[in-house]
Ligand binder design. Structure first.
Ligand code: ASP
Length: 269
């Protein structure tokens, strides 16, 4: 679970603790796919995070959100890019899992959401509007959930309001396999500068290295070390088929929580 805005550290830690606990409960009662959807929705609904309610604004003062979900067992990625006026972009991404065309962008993504019955919803909060007026970009702050269930299925979901102040229509990494990827071996969700995450092919590259035999920690560390050499700034949360959980970054703080079945912990790393 990721967030880069350090202004409300305590609130973020409490929120992450609660969300992690209830997402884990959901995981026990269902599966990794349902748990990821559930967890990302909770994060999107919490205005502390830059996804769904509380999303940042693009340069023209509009909120355009993006989200991706990947089922590592079925090997299917689906996503929405620059969708507007919906409460939970991840739920629209979910509806594309079973379609022939799995990634939809812009006005057509918004239209699709309406056609599917998603209500009109304004995700703007006062704080983001003020940041926009003052041209404060703040830190980044995408949200993501990675989960492994008892059947060994890995699922990842990532949702974002973008970096704030970006050129209208700019595409983030979150609805791409660089920012969100799951296989039978690993699941990765990224946060940071989207263009640099895309240039690094981060999430899919880490998953491939794990599939080829590298342990998760080494694969993630290599990705972050390579990124640092290019002065790229991003971080990832990740999980492997063996149940390893690992986070690394070379950017501002990442707030994350993990639950391994016995312990829960929240970090500002
Ligand atoms: N990766 C996101 C983007 O570039 C921002 C973030 O992680 O906060 O849109």
């Amino acid at each position: 679970i990721l967030e880069g805005d350090v202004s409300k550290k305590k609130d973020l830690q409490i929120a992450l603790n609660d969300i992690c606990k209830s997402t884990y409960k959901k995981l026990l009662n269902s599966d990794s796919y349902s748990a990821v959807l559930y967890g990302v929705c909770l994060l999107e609904n919490n205005p502390l995070f830059n996804a769904g309610t509380g999303s940042k604004l693009q340069k023209d003062g509009r909120i355009r959100m993006s989200a991706g979900i990947m089922n590592g067992d079925k090997n299917i990625f689906s996503g929405v890019i620059n969708i507007q006026n919906v409460k939970n972009p991840i739920l629209v991404a979910d509806r594309l899992q079973t379609e022939k065309h799995t990634i939809v962008s812009g006005d057509k993504a918004t239209q699709l959401a309406r056609d599917l019955g998603f209500q009109q919803y304004n995700p703007l909060i006062q704080k983001r509007w003020e940041e926009h007026l003052k041209k404060i970009k703040g830190n980044t702050g995408t949200v993501g959930v990675v989960a492994l269930d008892k059947n060994g299925v890995i699922v990842t979901g990532t949702s974002t309001g973008g970096i704030g102040g970006e050129i209208p229509g700019r595409v983030s990494d979150s609805p791409t396999v660089a920012g969100n990827y799951a296989s039978k071996f690993a699941g990765i969700s990224a946060t940071g500068i989207g263009e640099q995450i895309v240039n690094s092919g981060a999430a899919v590259k880490i998953a491939t290295r794990v599939e080829d035999g590298m342990i998760l920690k080494d694969a993630v560390d290599k990705c972050i070390t390579d990124a640092s050499k290019l002065n790229y700034e991003f971080g990832v949360i990740s999980i492997s088929h063996k149940g390893d959980i690992y986070v690394n970054k070379n950017t501002d703080s990442i707030f994350y929580a993990w639950h391994d079945g016995e312990n829960i912990d929240v970090f500002n790393y």
